[in-house]
Design a protein around this ligand. Structure first.
Ligand code: ATP
Ligand code: MG
Length: 157
């Protein structure tokens, strides 16, 4: 199936806003995104998992979701300004059941969200990784790259 990234981002953001009305989520979605091959239910679940993490671990500042074209690919990122992830853990957080630090009750979880996200992204032919900008010493960005459908173009809106 062909997936309209703009639609999927908007519904994942709406869903997150509903369960977490206090958190500001800003989006920047390029108007010229190609369609990507995959499944909108899977991509929606991936985005929801990333937004759920940004809500749980991301502090008070707005969460940003960006999508843009990079050559033939589509890049999607979810960024927060929380305390970030140390560089030695940036890959491990995608492992099944891996959780950083002690579970503290305020942010419960099973450690599955990111491993599920990676599985779904790879099933769609994409890649996913996490960055924590060392310069600011805080904040987490999770970036996904998907091959775009050649010649396709989302209707401008
Ligand atoms: P689940 O998603 O299953 O409810 P979880 O959030 O603990 O549980 P993952 O989403 O896989 O599991 O994340 C793994 C770990 O990576 C988290 O426990 C947390 O320590 C860290 N992590 C994930 N996202 C962020 C983030 N945005 N900022 C800081 N740490 C993060
Ligand atoms: Mg999670």
């Amino acid at each position: 199936d062909w997936v309209d990234v703009t639609d999927v981002i908007q519904s994942a953001v709406d869903r997150t806003r509903k369960y977490s009305p206090g958190r500001a989520i800003e989006t920047g979605i390029a108007p010229d995104l190609p369609l990507i091959k995959g499944d909108s239910v899977l991509l929606g679940q991936v985005l929801f998992n990333l937004l759920d993490n940004a809500v749980k671990y991301g502090g008070e500042e707005p969460i940003n979701v960006y999508a843009r074209r990079d050559g033939a690919d589509v890049l999607i990122s979810v960024t927060d300004l929380g305390k970030g992830i140390p560089s030695e853990d940036l890959d491990r957080v995608f492992e099944k059941f891996y959780r950083r630090g002690k579970p503290d009750g305020r942010a419960p979880g099973t450690g599955l969200g990111l491993s599920i996200a990676r599985g779904f992204v790879e099933a769609m032919g994409g890649k996913i990784h996490a960055e924590s900008p060392a310069l600011k010493k805080r904040g987490t960005r999770v970036v996904m790259r998907f091959p775009g459908a050649e010649g396709s173009r989302t209707e401008p809106r």
